[in-house]
Design a protein around this ligand. Structure first.
Ligand code: AP5
Ligand code: MG
Length: 214
């Protein structure tokens, strides 16, 4: 099973991917997470990506498709992939076709998280993650059960993303509208697009996704 979760910044791609990883043992391939790891490690890719990400613009197609290819090569053929934040341009959608077919994989579902952009700024500016295991939280919508302690790993340090400010979010949304939303018709023509109400509570979104992927 290989699926794409598609939606603007803050739509819930990362949140729902983590749930699918836990429930189904699928692998989350988040280009955003991989790029942030590269920035942190100071790799050549990270050095190229840092300023672009801080502005909320898109990193080059070659870089992101390259890292997705490497990730796919590190996976066993039995593990399913959840593409989170990739593809984001027509060139990336084309590259993914080849990356998958070269590895004997097919794309089963493209799930669009349908959200109201006005609510997304609040979601994004309230977001934080566990510094040890990466579990996501939110100031208002999902606090750790024991304040200051990660539910999943017991970690006590949390972090916020440098691009999670109201101004950068606007650029990220504009990039989504201009470059990412236009790839939907390509997948619609293949008959594999489903829409989920991303404004519902997190559990209902998970249920809706589970119902689609069966
Ligand atoms: P990336 O990391 O992919 O960021 P993004 O697309 O902007 O998406 P987010 O991670 O902000 O949102 P999400 O949909 O994962 O939401 P989440 O589940 O966390 O990309 C960052 C940057 O990297 C890009 O700007 C670009 O520069 C670069 N990049 C990455 N991929 C690239 C590519 N392919 N090509 C080129 N450049 C690339 O949810 C948000 C918050 O809301 C959380 O706090 C969560 O708890 C809460 N929440 C989630 N669901 C709900 C709900 N149903 N109800 C209430 N709250 C909810
Ligand atoms: Mg994310």
């Amino acid at each position: 099973m290989n699926i794409i979760l598609l939606g603007p910044p803050g739509a819930g791609k990362g949140t729902q991917s983590q749930r699918l990883v836990e429930r189904r043992g699928m692998r989350q391939l988040s280009t955003g997470d991989m790029l942030r790891a590269a920035v942190k490690a100071g790799t050549p890719t990270g050095l190229k990506a840092k300023a672009v990400m801080e502005r909320g613009e898109l990193v080059s197609d070659e870089i992101v498709s390259g890292i997705i290819g490497e990730e796919l090569d590190s996976m066993g053929p039995e593990s399913g992939a959840i593409f989170d934040g990739y593809p984001r341009t027509e060139a990336q959608a084309q590259a993914l076709e080849k990356l998958l077919s070269d590895r004997g994989r097919t794309l089963d579902h493209v799930i669009e998280l349908d959200v109201n952009e006005d609510a997304l700024v609040e979601r994004i500016t309230g977001r934080f993650t566990c510094a040890s295991c990466g579990k996501g939280y939110h100031d208002k919508f999902e606090q750790p059960r024991l304040p200051g302690t990660c539910d999943k790993c017991g970690g006590t340090e949390f972090k916020r993303r440098p691009d999670d400010n109201a101004e950068t979010v606007r650029t990220r949304m504009a990039e989504y509208r201009a470059k990412t939303a236009p790839i939907l018709p390509f997948y619609e023509a293949k008959g594999i697009v489903s829409r989920v109400d991303g404004m519902a509570d997190m559990d209902s979104v998970t249920e809706a996704i589970e119902a689609i992927i069966g």
